[in-house]
Design a binder for this molecule. Structure first.
Ligand SMILES: Cc1cc2nc3c(=O)[nH]c(=O)nc-3n(C[C@H](O)[C@H](O)[C@H](O)COP(=O)(O)OP(=O)(O)OC[C@H]3O[C@@H](n4cnc5c(N)ncnc54)[C@H](O)[C@@H]3O)c2cc1C
Length: 422
């Protein structure tokens, strides 16, 4: 009885990838999802489940059946004693943040945006920063999965433990994530301090910075030594903000967009733009205090191509200096600011880039409408094959065997995932 819409065009947030699913569904119940899977099985179709569609790659694209989980977005249970919340997989973190704060709770860490779904953020291993904090899926203590055969599996450290370690970073290929239970913390405010520094200073004193602030990250401005250091720490002080429409939007967005557009004709301008904007917006100390999620989240504004690489934390200095040298040695290669550098604690999630190691994430961007040559590599999400991934992810084979068991016909695969698994 479930109705699928034809002619729907899917695009990810950055409009860098899209697809035309044959049928697009927005189910409101588990029974409806089961019907869609039955129909897919009968017609030999593949199924892709999407949340907020924020993934910068084509991981969420399909030409067959697409299930958008936006109508399965309820908070099912708040356990105040254990400080845990159980939600339907389609709930956006932006709604969850507000719900949690009504109960005096919060998520201990969040990525830059909250217009993403609970099941979506654990689909790709979303992370923020802080050496004492894991990637977002480490906050998940249980989940339920509807598999290709229509079976519902409860998963946690004690039930279906193997499937749990796979499903906490599932790539959307194990089944439909129906519910997610998060371990929360008491609600808190964050004090953010941003101040200027240099790449040499930050890399030489990386450990000090990591210890000094719970959520330390930094922005490097390519073609220069300039760095903006950002400390975020819990505080009891009252909220205050120094945000300004003029600086944030008129200058930080419209003027920058205009200059980047000009730089598409004169790429050498990018170096100048990076230095100019550092001087204009990041060369003095700025402070903000607000409820945690308002500080964790920040406006990403520009549609952009993104590559976010995780490396062992002890390689941070070497990797960044190599990146800097590569730019210096290739004057024709120009890079947009910022290269955002974040950190995460090691974990035991099979496909986590932090599996059994603390990691540094280097996030390299290219504004979509300004295309300097260096970023041509960004136009492709990545070119790694299964062989490469097996080397990078020690538990990759374990993940594959769980996937093959749960989805033997590949119902939840798409073109992107085929490249990953075959
Ligand atoms: C502006 C912006 C800022 C960002 N900031 C960060 C950041 O700070 N840190 C970071 O790590 N990432 C960041 N990202 C990336 C983003 O957090 C991830 O791509 C995340 O997965 C997006 O969640 P989503 O709900 O949009 O997932 P989607 O893109 O919709 O889907 C992601 C994967 O999850 C699967 N999926 C979704 N829902 C389900 C379900 N119910 N059942 C089964 N599979 C499902 C999909 O099939 C797909 O494989 C950012 C992206 C943007 C556009």
């Amino acid at each position: 009885q479930v109705h699928g819409q034809g002619g729907f065009k899917f695009q990810n947030w950055a409009k860098t990838y899209g697809s035309s699913p044959e049928l697009y569904f927005q189910p409101t119940s588990v029974e409806e999802i089961r019907e869609i899977l039955d129909m897919a099985r009968q017609r030999d179709k593949r199924v892709k489940v999407v949340g907020g569609g924020h993934s910068p790659s084509d991981i969420a694209c399909t030409d067959d059946f697409m299930i958008q989980m936006g109508k399965m977005n309820r908070v099912l249970k708040v356990d105040k004693e254990k400080q845990q919340v159980t939600v339907e997989g389609g709930i956006f973190l932006s709604d969850l943040n507000v719900e949690l704060s009504k109960h005096g709770l919060a998520l201990a860490n969040l990525g830059a945006v909250s217009e993403v779904a609970a099941a979506g953020v654990i689909g790709t291993g979303t992370h923020n920063t802080g050496i004492k904090h894991g990637i977002l899926p480490t906050q998940v203590v249980a989940l339920t999965l509807l598999t290709a055969s229509g079976e519902i599996l409860e998963c946690s450290e004690s039930i279906n433990a193997d499937i749990f370690q796979a499903a906490r970073l599932h790539l959307g290929c194990l089944g439909v994530v129906l519910t997610v239970t998060f371990q929360c913390v008491p609600q808190f405010h964050l004090h953010e301090v941003a101040f200027p520094s240099t790449l040499t200073e930050v890399l030489d004193h990386l450990n000090d910075h990591l210890q000094r602030s719970q959520y330390f990250r930094f922005l490097w401005f390519p073609h220069s030594e300039n760095v903006s250091v950002i400390y975020q720490d819990p505080t009891n002080k009252p909220p205050s903000s120094s945000a300004s429409w003029w600086w944030d939007y008129a200058v930080g967005y419209y003027l920058l967009e205009f200059l980047l557009w000009i730089s598409t004709f004169v790429p050498s301008l990018v170096c100048w733009i990076n230095r100019f904007f550092f001087w204009l917006l990041f060369s003095s100390r700025v402070e903000n205090i607000a409820i945690s999620y308002k500080i964790f989240n920040y406006e990403c504004r520009f549609k952009q191509h993104v590559q976010d690489w995780a490396i062992p934390i002890e390689k941070t200095k070497e990797a960044l200096l190599e990146l800097k040298a590569a730019l210096e040695n290739n004057p024709k290669m120009v890079a947009h600011y910022p290269v955002e550098v974040r950190f995460a604690r090691g974990d035991d999630i099979w496909l986590s880039p932090c599996f059994q190691r603390d990691s540094c994430y280097m996030n390299i961007i290219m504004y979509r409408d300004g295309q300097p040559p260096w970023a041509l590599c960004l136009l492709q999400a990545h070119s790694c094959t299964r062989k490469d991934l097996e080397k990078m992810y020690p538990a990759f084979r374990k993940f594959c065997s769980v996937r093959e068991k749960l989805d033997p016909t590949g119902m939840f695969l798409n073109t992107y995932l085929e490249k990953v698994f075959y």
